[in-house]
Design a protein around this ligand. Structure first.
Ligand code: ADP
Ligand code: MG
Length: 378
C-alpha cells in the first residue's frame, strides 16, 4: 500500500518561457508536517498554486491520495480535501469567533439560517472542540474584528480545519506576529499535525526550528535539499543560496538597532546578556539571513558599537508599531541584567521621546517582567 498523501512528479510550470517550477519532484507521507523554505522567487507560492489547481502545470503531475489532479478545478480540489490558508486572514470581522466557526462547519448551508437557527448539539460540539483547539474559548462571543492579528490567524486555521481537509496548506502563518503568538500558532500546528497532513511555507527560521521535522528547500523551481533542520541548515548549497539572497538591513531596521545600542550603553557597560537580548530579538527581523547568523551578528555589532543620542534616533521611527517595538526591546535590554540608576534615567528619556500611552507601557513592562520572573523561578 502507498501511504503517500501527495506525490509530485517532474512538475514544470512555464510562464511564457520562465520556469517558476522546473522538473520538481516531491512527496510526503500521510500525517506528515512538512515545512518548505526557500529564497524569494524560489517558486513556493507557485508550488501551492499548482497543488490547489489555481495554476495548471506545463508538464508533470500532482497526485493526491492516489488521484491525479490534472484538469480538476480549484473548487473540486478543495472538495477532495485540500484546504489552503492564505497569508492574510479571511474571516468575517463583523461576526463573532463562534459564528465564523459555525459558518465554516456548515459551508454548504445558507448563511442566514445559521445565524438564526438553534444549534443542534453535534454541531455545537464540533464548534466548541474547534474553539478549544485554537485556544479561543474565552473569546468565542467576541466580534472577530477585536481579535489580535495572531488570534485572527488561529481563527482562520480553525475555520480551515472545520472543513476537515486531509491536507492543509499554510502560507507564512507567523509573518508579523509577536513572539508569543508565533509560539501559539506553532503549538496549534503541531497539535493539528497529530491528525492532519500539513505543508507550511515559512520564512521565520526560529519558527521553522520550533515546528519542523522535515524541511524541503526550494531554489529556482526545484528541490535543492531535504532533511531535518540541522541537515538543511548546514548544507553548503543552502548556505550559498541564502548568502546570495541576503537582504541588507533597511534604514528603519538600522535605526531600531541604534536605539537598542543606546539603551545598552546607558550605563557605559554593554553587558553580554544585553547583547544576547538584542541579537535574539533582532535576528527575527532578518529571518531570511539567519542562515548566515555569524555574518549577521558581526554586522549588527558594527551598528551596536556606536552610541548615538536618542533625541536623534527616536524621531525617525515611522509609526506606532516601531515605537512599541523599541519600547519592548529597550525594556528587555535593561531588564536582562540588574537595572541601575543610569539606565533608569536613559529609559525615562526614551519614554518621553516615544510618547506612547501609559497603559501600553505598563502592559509591555509587565509582560517582560513576567518573562524574567518565570526564568528566575525555574
Ligand atoms: P516564492 O513564493 O518562492 O517567492 P513564486 O512562486 O511567487 O516564488 O514565484 C516564482 C517565480 O515565478 C518568480 O520569479 C516570479 O516572478 C515568477 N512568477 C510567479 N507567477 C508568475 C506569473 N503569473 N507570470 C510570470 N511569472 C510569474
Ligand atoms: Mg511567495
Amino acid at each position: 500500500m502507498n501511504d503517500n498523501i501527495l506525490v509530485i512528479d517532474n512538475l514544470t510550470v512555464d510562464f511564457e518561457g520562465f520556469k517558476a517550477l522546473n522538473q520538481l519532484n516531491f512527496s510526503m507521507k500521510s500525517g506528515e508536517l512538512r515545512v518548505i523554505i526557500g529564497p524569494n522567487g524560489a517558486g513556493k507560492t507557485t508550488f501551492l498554486d499548482v497543488i490547489t489547481g489555481k495554476v495548471q502545470p506545463t508538464e508533470g503531475s500532482v497526485t493526491f491520495n492516489g488521484k491525479n489532479l490534472r484538469n480538476i478545478s480549484e473548487h473540486d480540489i478543495a472538495r477532495l480535501g485540500i484546504g489552503r490558508k492564505f497569508q492574510t486572514p479571511r474571516i468575517y470581522v463583523n461576526l463573532t469567533v463562534r459564528e465564523n466557526l459555525d459558518l465554516a462547519v456548515n459551508t454548504n448551508k445558507n448563511f442566514v439560517s445559521i445565524l438564526f437557527r438553534k444549534s443542534s448539539s453535534p454541531e455545537k460540539r464540533t464548534v466548541s472542540g474547534l474553539l478549544e483547539t485554537i485556544g479561543l474559548i474565552a473569546k468565542a462571543d467576541l466580534q472577530s474584528e477585536y481579535l489580535s492579528h495572531g488570534e485572527k490567524q488561529r481563527l482562520e486555521i480553525g475555520m480551515l480545519v472545520a472543513q476537515s481537509p486531509d491536507l492543509l496548506l499554510v502560507d507564512e502563518p507567523v509573518a508579523g506576529l509577536t513572539d508569543e503568538e508565533t509560539e501559539n500558532v506553532g503549538n496549534l500546528l503541531m497539535n493539528l499535525a497529530e491528525s492532519h497532513s500539513i505543508i507550511v511555507i515559512e520564512h521565520d527560521m526560529e519558527f521553522v526550528r520550533q515546528i519542523a521535522r522535515n524541511v524541503t528547500v526550494l531554489h529556482q523551481g526545484s528541490v535543492l535539499c531535504e532533511g531535518t533542520m540541522d541537515v538543511v541548515q548546514n548544507d553548503p548549497r543552502v548556505i550559498e543560496v541564502y548568502l546570495g539572497e541576503a537582504p541588507s538591513m533597511s534604514e528603519e531596521q538600522i535605526n531600531i538597532i541604534r536605539i537598542a545600542a543606546s539603551m545598552a550603553w546607558a550605563d557605559n557597560n554593554f553587558a553580554p546578556e544585553q547583547l544576547e537580548v538584542i541579537l535574539s530579538n533582532l535576528s527575527r527581523e532578518f529571518s531570511d539571513s539567519l542562515m548566515h547568523q555569524m555574518d549577521l551578528q558581526q554586522e549588527l555589532k558594527n551598528y551596536l558599537a556606536k552610541n548615538i543620542p536618542l533625541e536623534e534616533l527616536v524621531p525617525q521611527l515611522k509609526n506606532i508599531e516601531q515605537r512599541e517595538k523599541v519600547l519592548r526591546l529597550s525594556y528587555e535590554i535593561i531588564r536582562s541584567n540588574e537595572i541601575n540608576e543610569q539606565e533608569i534615567v536613559v529609559y525615562q528619556r526614551l519614554l518621553e521621546l516615544l510618547d506612547l500611552p501609559t497603559e501600553l507601557i505598563k502592559e509591555v513592562e509587565t509582560e517582560i517582567e513576567a518573562k524574567y520572573d518565570k526564568r528566575i523561578n525555574n
